[in-house]
Design a protein around this ligand. Structure first.
Ligand code: F6R
Length: 366
Protein backbone atom coordinates (compact mmCIF):
# COMPACT_ATOMS: atom_id res chain seq x y z
CA UNK A 1 0.00 0.00 0.00
CA UNK A 2 3.01 2.27 0.46
CA UNK A 3 3.95 1.48 -3.12
CA UNK A 4 7.48 0.36 -2.22
CA UNK A 5 8.22 3.43 -0.10
CA UNK A 6 9.16 3.20 3.59
CA UNK A 7 6.47 5.64 4.64
CA UNK A 8 3.29 7.20 3.32
CA UNK A 9 4.88 10.62 3.66
CA UNK A 10 7.66 9.70 1.24
CA UNK A 11 5.21 8.04 -1.14
CA UNK A 12 3.01 11.12 -1.11
CA UNK A 13 5.95 13.47 -1.67
CA UNK A 14 6.92 11.36 -4.68
CA UNK A 15 3.36 11.31 -6.01
CA UNK A 16 3.44 15.06 -6.58
CA UNK A 17 4.29 15.01 -10.30
CA UNK A 18 1.14 12.99 -10.89
CA UNK A 19 -1.08 14.73 -8.33
CA UNK A 20 -0.20 18.15 -9.77
CA UNK A 21 -0.82 16.74 -13.24
CA UNK A 22 -4.20 15.37 -12.12
CA UNK A 23 -5.07 18.72 -10.62
CA UNK A 24 -4.33 20.57 -13.87
CA UNK A 25 -5.76 17.90 -16.17
CA UNK A 26 -9.00 18.84 -17.90
CA UNK A 27 -8.68 22.37 -16.51
CA UNK A 28 -5.55 24.05 -17.81
CA UNK A 29 -4.85 23.94 -21.54
CA UNK A 30 -1.63 25.81 -22.21
CA UNK A 31 -1.88 25.38 -25.98
CA UNK A 32 -5.37 26.82 -26.24
CA UNK A 33 -4.69 29.28 -23.44
CA UNK A 34 -7.74 28.25 -21.44
CA UNK A 35 -8.55 27.43 -17.84
CA UNK A 36 -11.80 25.56 -17.34
CA UNK A 37 -13.18 25.58 -13.80
CA UNK A 38 -16.93 25.32 -13.45
CA UNK A 39 -17.07 26.72 -9.92
CA UNK A 40 -15.27 29.84 -11.12
CA UNK A 41 -17.13 30.24 -14.42
CA UNK A 42 -20.56 29.89 -12.78
CA UNK A 43 -19.73 32.69 -10.35
CA UNK A 44 -17.45 34.84 -12.42
CA UNK A 45 -19.37 38.11 -11.91
CA UNK A 46 -19.31 37.77 -8.12
CA UNK A 47 -15.62 36.92 -8.22
CA UNK A 48 -14.61 39.75 -10.54
CA UNK A 49 -16.59 42.45 -8.78
CA UNK A 50 -15.80 41.38 -5.22
CA UNK A 51 -14.33 44.28 -3.22
CA UNK A 52 -12.25 41.81 -1.23
CA UNK A 53 -11.48 38.12 -0.75
CA UNK A 54 -11.04 36.68 2.71
CA UNK A 55 -9.25 33.33 2.78
CA UNK A 56 -9.73 31.14 5.85
CA UNK A 57 -7.78 27.99 6.66
CA UNK A 58 -5.55 26.31 9.27
CA UNK A 59 -2.00 25.00 9.30
CA UNK A 60 -0.51 24.07 5.96
CA UNK A 61 -3.69 25.12 4.16
CA UNK A 62 -3.23 28.57 5.73
CA UNK A 63 0.24 28.72 4.17
CA UNK A 64 -1.31 28.00 0.76
CA UNK A 65 -3.66 30.90 1.48
CA UNK A 66 -0.71 33.22 2.10
CA UNK A 67 0.81 32.35 -1.27
CA UNK A 68 -2.60 32.99 -2.84
CA UNK A 69 -2.79 36.39 -1.17
CA UNK A 70 0.38 37.52 -2.93
CA UNK A 71 -0.61 35.99 -6.27
CA UNK A 72 -4.21 37.21 -6.35
CA UNK A 73 -3.28 40.73 -5.31
CA UNK A 74 -0.57 40.85 -7.98
CA UNK A 75 -2.50 39.32 -10.85
CA UNK A 76 -6.12 40.25 -10.08
CA UNK A 77 -5.62 43.52 -8.15
CA UNK A 78 -8.23 42.41 -5.60
CA UNK A 79 -7.40 42.96 -1.91
CA UNK A 80 -7.02 39.68 -0.04
CA UNK A 81 -7.04 38.99 3.67
CA UNK A 82 -5.85 35.70 5.09
CA UNK A 83 -7.23 34.58 8.43
CA UNK A 84 -6.72 31.62 10.70
CA UNK A 85 -10.17 30.00 10.81
CA UNK A 86 -9.85 29.66 14.58
CA UNK A 87 -9.43 33.42 14.99
CA UNK A 88 -11.95 34.44 12.35
CA UNK A 89 -14.78 32.44 13.95
CA UNK A 90 -14.47 34.15 17.33
CA UNK A 91 -13.82 37.75 16.46
CA UNK A 92 -17.01 39.11 14.94
CA UNK A 93 -15.29 39.60 11.57
CA UNK A 94 -16.25 42.43 9.25
CA UNK A 95 -17.72 41.04 6.05
CA UNK A 96 -18.97 43.61 3.58
CA UNK A 97 -21.46 43.18 0.75
CA UNK A 98 -19.89 41.31 -2.13
CA UNK A 99 -16.88 40.00 -0.18
CA UNK A 100 -15.97 36.47 -1.18
CA UNK A 101 -14.81 33.91 1.37
CA UNK A 102 -12.41 31.26 0.16
CA UNK A 103 -12.01 28.30 2.53
CA UNK A 104 -9.09 25.92 2.03
CA UNK A 105 -8.96 22.47 3.62
CA UNK A 106 -7.40 19.15 2.71
CA UNK A 107 -9.71 17.04 4.86
CA UNK A 108 -12.78 19.21 4.49
CA UNK A 109 -13.51 18.37 8.13
CA UNK A 110 -11.46 20.88 10.15
CA UNK A 111 -13.85 22.09 12.84
CA UNK A 112 -12.58 25.67 13.03
CA UNK A 113 -12.76 26.13 9.26
CA UNK A 114 -16.25 24.64 9.10
CA UNK A 115 -17.59 26.89 11.87
CA UNK A 116 -15.89 29.92 10.29
CA UNK A 117 -17.76 29.14 7.06
CA UNK A 118 -21.07 28.89 8.90
CA UNK A 119 -20.41 32.25 10.60
CA UNK A 120 -19.62 33.91 7.26
CA UNK A 121 -22.70 32.37 5.68
CA UNK A 122 -24.89 33.84 8.43
CA UNK A 123 -23.61 37.23 7.31
CA UNK A 124 -24.59 36.51 3.72
CA UNK A 125 -21.12 35.83 2.32
CA UNK A 126 -20.46 33.75 -0.77
CA UNK A 127 -18.28 30.75 0.12
CA UNK A 128 -15.86 29.16 -2.32
CA UNK A 129 -14.31 25.93 -1.01
CA UNK A 130 -10.96 24.45 -2.05
CA UNK A 131 -11.03 20.94 -0.66
CA UNK A 132 -9.31 17.62 -1.28
CA UNK A 133 -11.76 15.11 0.18
CA UNK A 134 -14.75 14.78 -2.13
CA UNK A 135 -18.11 15.11 -0.39
CA UNK A 136 -16.55 16.30 2.89
CA UNK A 137 -18.36 18.68 5.26
CA UNK A 138 -16.59 21.80 3.97
CA UNK A 139 -17.28 20.92 0.35
CA UNK A 140 -20.95 20.52 1.21
CA UNK A 141 -21.07 23.75 3.22
CA UNK A 142 -19.58 25.81 0.35
CA UNK A 143 -21.69 27.52 -2.34
CA UNK A 144 -19.18 26.62 -5.02
CA UNK A 145 -15.69 25.27 -5.15
CA UNK A 146 -12.86 23.36 -6.75
CA UNK A 147 -11.43 20.05 -5.66
CA UNK A 148 -7.67 19.62 -5.46
CA UNK A 149 -7.77 16.00 -6.73
CA UNK A 150 -4.58 14.98 -4.88
CA UNK A 151 -6.05 11.62 -3.86
CA UNK A 152 -6.15 10.31 -0.28
CA UNK A 153 -3.41 11.75 1.91
CA UNK A 154 -2.50 9.26 4.66
CA UNK A 155 0.63 10.87 6.13
CA UNK A 156 -0.49 13.22 8.87
CA UNK A 157 1.73 16.00 7.58
CA UNK A 158 0.29 17.58 4.48
CA UNK A 159 2.52 17.39 1.39
CA UNK A 160 0.83 16.55 -1.90
CA UNK A 161 -2.38 18.26 -0.77
CA UNK A 162 -0.41 21.50 -0.32
CA UNK A 163 1.05 21.57 -3.83
CA UNK A 164 -2.38 20.72 -5.25
CA UNK A 165 -3.87 23.61 -3.27
CA UNK A 166 -1.25 25.91 -4.75
CA UNK A 167 -2.00 24.63 -8.26
CA UNK A 168 -5.73 25.26 -7.84
CA UNK A 169 -5.19 28.70 -6.35
CA UNK A 170 -2.83 29.67 -9.18
CA UNK A 171 -5.35 28.56 -11.79
CA UNK A 172 -8.09 30.53 -10.04
CA UNK A 173 -5.92 33.65 -9.89
CA UNK A 174 -5.00 33.34 -13.57
CA UNK A 175 -8.57 32.74 -14.65
CA UNK A 176 -9.94 35.68 -12.68
CA UNK A 177 -7.12 37.96 -13.84
CA UNK A 178 -7.84 37.01 -17.45
CA UNK A 179 -11.60 37.61 -17.10
CA UNK A 180 -11.03 40.86 -15.23
CA UNK A 181 -8.45 42.07 -17.73
CA UNK A 182 -5.72 42.68 -15.15
CA UNK A 183 -3.13 40.44 -16.84
CA UNK A 184 -1.69 40.96 -20.30
CA UNK A 185 -1.95 38.16 -22.84
CA UNK A 186 1.75 37.46 -23.06
CA UNK A 187 2.16 37.05 -19.34
CA UNK A 188 -1.01 34.95 -19.13
CA UNK A 189 0.13 32.59 -21.88
CA UNK A 190 3.60 32.31 -20.40
CA UNK A 191 2.27 31.48 -16.94
CA UNK A 192 -0.02 28.78 -18.36
CA UNK A 193 3.01 27.15 -19.96
CA UNK A 194 4.88 27.47 -16.65
CA UNK A 195 2.00 25.72 -14.88
CA UNK A 196 1.94 23.00 -17.51
CA UNK A 197 5.65 22.38 -16.94
CA UNK A 198 5.34 21.95 -13.17
CA UNK A 199 4.95 18.14 -13.05
CA UNK A 200 8.18 17.52 -14.99
CA UNK A 201 10.08 20.08 -12.90
CA UNK A 202 8.87 18.42 -9.69
CA UNK A 203 10.00 15.09 -11.14
CA UNK A 204 13.47 16.57 -11.75
CA UNK A 205 13.66 17.76 -8.13
CA UNK A 206 12.65 14.34 -6.79
CA UNK A 207 15.46 12.68 -8.74
CA UNK A 208 17.91 14.55 -6.47
CA UNK A 209 16.18 13.60 -3.21
CA UNK A 210 19.26 11.76 -1.94
CA UNK A 211 21.12 15.09 -1.68
CA UNK A 212 18.65 16.14 0.99
CA UNK A 213 19.22 12.91 2.88
CA UNK A 214 22.90 13.89 3.20
CA UNK A 215 22.00 17.39 4.35
CA UNK A 216 19.56 15.88 6.89
CA UNK A 217 22.35 13.71 8.34
CA UNK A 218 24.47 16.82 8.93
CA UNK A 219 21.80 18.75 10.77
CA UNK A 220 19.77 16.06 12.53
CA UNK A 221 21.15 16.97 15.97
CA UNK A 222 20.17 20.62 15.69
CA UNK A 223 17.94 21.96 18.43
CA UNK A 224 16.60 24.92 16.47
CA UNK A 225 16.27 25.93 12.83
CA UNK A 226 15.34 29.17 11.12
CA UNK A 227 13.61 29.33 7.72
CA UNK A 228 13.74 32.55 5.73
CA UNK A 229 12.19 33.58 2.42
CA UNK A 230 10.89 36.71 0.72
CA UNK A 231 7.87 37.47 -1.44
CA UNK A 232 6.14 34.40 -2.84
CA UNK A 233 8.64 32.24 -0.99
CA UNK A 234 7.93 33.74 2.44
CA UNK A 235 4.96 31.39 3.06
CA UNK A 236 7.18 28.53 1.90
CA UNK A 237 9.62 29.39 4.70
CA UNK A 238 6.70 29.11 7.13
CA UNK A 239 5.67 25.79 5.62
CA UNK A 240 9.23 24.43 5.75
CA UNK A 241 9.45 25.31 9.44
CA UNK A 242 6.08 23.73 10.20
CA UNK A 243 7.06 20.53 8.38
CA UNK A 244 10.35 20.25 10.27
CA UNK A 245 8.81 20.74 13.70
CA UNK A 246 5.96 18.29 13.08
CA UNK A 247 8.11 15.55 11.64
CA UNK A 248 11.39 15.81 13.54
CA UNK A 249 10.40 17.77 16.69
CA UNK A 250 13.21 20.24 16.03
CA UNK A 251 12.07 23.70 16.99
CA UNK A 252 11.84 25.73 13.80
CA UNK A 253 10.59 29.18 12.92
CA UNK A 254 9.82 30.77 9.60
CA UNK A 255 10.16 34.48 8.92
CA UNK A 256 10.24 36.90 6.02
CA UNK A 257 13.99 37.18 5.42
CA UNK A 258 14.15 40.93 6.02
CA UNK A 259 12.39 40.54 9.34
CA UNK A 260 15.30 38.62 10.83
CA UNK A 261 16.99 41.85 11.86
CA UNK A 262 14.05 42.63 14.09
CA UNK A 263 14.68 39.76 16.46
CA UNK A 264 15.47 36.30 15.12
CA UNK A 265 19.05 37.22 14.24
CA UNK A 266 19.77 37.03 17.97
CA UNK A 267 19.42 33.25 17.66
CA UNK A 268 22.23 32.93 15.14
CA UNK A 269 25.40 31.17 16.28
CA UNK A 270 27.64 28.52 14.76
CA UNK A 271 25.13 25.82 15.66
CA UNK A 272 22.06 27.28 14.00
CA UNK A 273 20.99 26.03 10.57
CA UNK A 274 19.28 28.78 8.58
CA UNK A 275 17.35 27.51 5.60
CA UNK A 276 16.96 30.13 2.87
CA UNK A 277 14.29 29.75 0.22
CA UNK A 278 16.25 31.76 -2.31
CA UNK A 279 15.11 30.91 -5.82
CA UNK A 280 15.73 33.50 -8.56
CA UNK A 281 13.19 36.29 -8.37
CA UNK A 282 13.09 40.03 -8.08
CA UNK A 283 14.31 39.82 -4.47
CA UNK A 284 17.41 37.78 -5.22
CA UNK A 285 19.96 40.51 -4.44
CA UNK A 286 18.19 41.21 -1.16
CA UNK A 287 18.26 37.61 -0.06
CA UNK A 288 21.94 37.37 -0.98
CA UNK A 289 22.66 40.13 1.51
CA UNK A 290 20.55 38.35 4.13
CA UNK A 291 22.69 35.25 3.60
CA UNK A 292 25.84 37.35 4.08
CA UNK A 293 24.45 38.63 7.37
CA UNK A 294 23.92 35.07 8.63
CA UNK A 295 27.37 33.93 7.46
CA UNK A 296 28.98 36.94 9.18
CA UNK A 297 27.53 35.54 12.41
CA UNK A 298 28.74 32.02 11.64
CA UNK A 299 25.28 30.53 11.09
CA UNK A 300 25.03 27.47 8.87
CA UNK A 301 23.27 28.28 5.60
CA UNK A 302 21.26 25.75 3.63
CA UNK A 303 19.91 27.41 0.49
CA UNK A 304 17.24 26.32 -1.95
CA UNK A 305 18.32 28.04 -5.15
CA UNK A 306 17.63 28.10 -8.87
CA UNK A 307 19.85 26.09 -11.21
CA UNK A 308 22.42 28.44 -12.68
CA UNK A 309 22.63 30.68 -9.61
CA UNK A 310 26.26 31.83 -9.62
CA UNK A 311 26.29 33.77 -6.37
CA UNK A 312 24.78 31.72 -3.56
CA UNK A 313 26.72 28.41 -4.01
CA UNK A 314 29.98 30.05 -2.86
CA UNK A 315 28.32 31.52 0.22
CA UNK A 316 26.15 28.68 1.49
CA UNK A 317 27.21 25.59 3.47
CA UNK A 318 24.75 23.43 1.57
CA UNK A 319 22.65 24.07 -1.49
CA UNK A 320 19.82 22.33 -3.29
CA UNK A 321 18.94 23.41 -6.82
CA UNK A 322 15.49 23.58 -8.39
CA UNK A 323 14.71 24.19 -12.08
CA UNK A 324 14.16 27.80 -13.20
CA UNK A 325 10.55 28.95 -13.01
CA UNK A 326 8.58 32.17 -12.92
CA UNK A 327 8.46 33.51 -9.37
CA UNK A 328 4.68 33.11 -9.27
CA UNK A 329 4.82 29.32 -9.71
CA UNK A 330 8.15 28.86 -7.88
CA UNK A 331 6.59 28.06 -4.48
CA UNK A 332 5.26 24.77 -5.90
CA UNK A 333 8.86 23.76 -6.58
CA UNK A 334 10.71 25.26 -3.62
CA UNK A 335 8.52 23.51 -1.06
CA UNK A 336 9.44 20.02 -2.33
CA UNK A 337 13.04 19.99 -1.01
CA UNK A 338 11.77 21.30 2.33
CA UNK A 339 9.28 18.43 2.59
CA UNK A 340 12.07 15.97 1.82
CA UNK A 341 14.48 17.58 4.27
CA UNK A 342 11.93 17.24 7.10
CA UNK A 343 11.22 13.67 6.12
CA UNK A 344 14.88 12.65 6.15
CA UNK A 345 15.62 14.46 9.42
CA UNK A 346 12.59 12.77 11.01
CA UNK A 347 13.65 9.35 9.78
CA UNK A 348 17.28 9.92 10.85
CA UNK A 349 16.02 10.74 14.35
CA UNK A 350 13.78 7.66 14.45
CA UNK A 351 10.55 9.65 14.57
CA UNK A 352 7.20 8.26 13.48
CA UNK A 353 6.99 10.45 10.39
CA UNK A 354 3.58 9.22 9.25
CA UNK A 355 2.01 9.78 12.65
CA UNK A 356 3.85 12.47 14.59
CA UNK A 357 3.06 12.54 18.30
CA UNK A 358 0.01 14.52 19.42
CA UNK A 359 -1.22 15.21 15.87
CA UNK A 360 -4.36 14.04 14.09
CA UNK A 361 -5.00 14.00 10.36
CA UNK A 362 -8.14 16.02 10.64
CA UNK A 363 -8.74 18.26 13.58
CA UNK A 364 -12.47 17.84 14.12
CA UNK A 365 -12.44 19.39 17.58
CA UNK A 366 -11.47 22.98 18.25
C1 F6R B 1 0.41 20.23 8.58
C2 F6R B 1 -0.97 19.79 8.63
C3 F6R B 1 -1.98 20.63 9.36
C4 F6R B 1 -3.20 20.84 8.46
C5 F6R B 1 -4.30 21.61 9.21
C6 F6R B 1 -5.47 21.92 8.30
O1 F6R B 1 1.22 19.33 7.92
O2 F6R B 1 -1.30 18.76 8.09
O3 F6R B 1 -1.43 21.86 9.73
O4 F6R B 1 -2.79 21.53 7.32
O5 F6R B 1 -4.72 20.85 10.31
O6 F6R B 1 -6.07 20.75 7.84
P1 F6R B 1 -7.08 20.77 6.63
O7 F6R B 1 -6.35 21.26 5.45
O8 F6R B 1 -7.54 19.35 6.50
O9 F6R B 1 -8.22 21.70 7.01
Amino acid sequence: EKGGYDHFMLKEIHEQPSTIYDCLRGRLDAEKGTITMKGIQDNIQALITAPRYIIIACGTSWHAALVAEYVIEELCRIPVEVEYASEFRYRNPIINKGDVIIAISQSGETADTLVAIEKAKEQGAFIFGIVNVVGSSISRASHAGAYTHAGPEIGVASTKAFTAQLAVLLMIALKIAKEKGTIDNTKYSRLLVEMHELPEKVEAILKNASQLKLIAEKYKHSVNALYLGRGYNFPIALEGALKLKEISYIHAEGYPAAEMKHGPIALVDDQLPVIFVATKDEYHAKIVSNIQEIKARKGKVIAIITEGDEIIPSMADDIFMVPPADEIVAPVLSVIPLQLLSYYVGVAKGCDVDKPRNLAKSVTVE
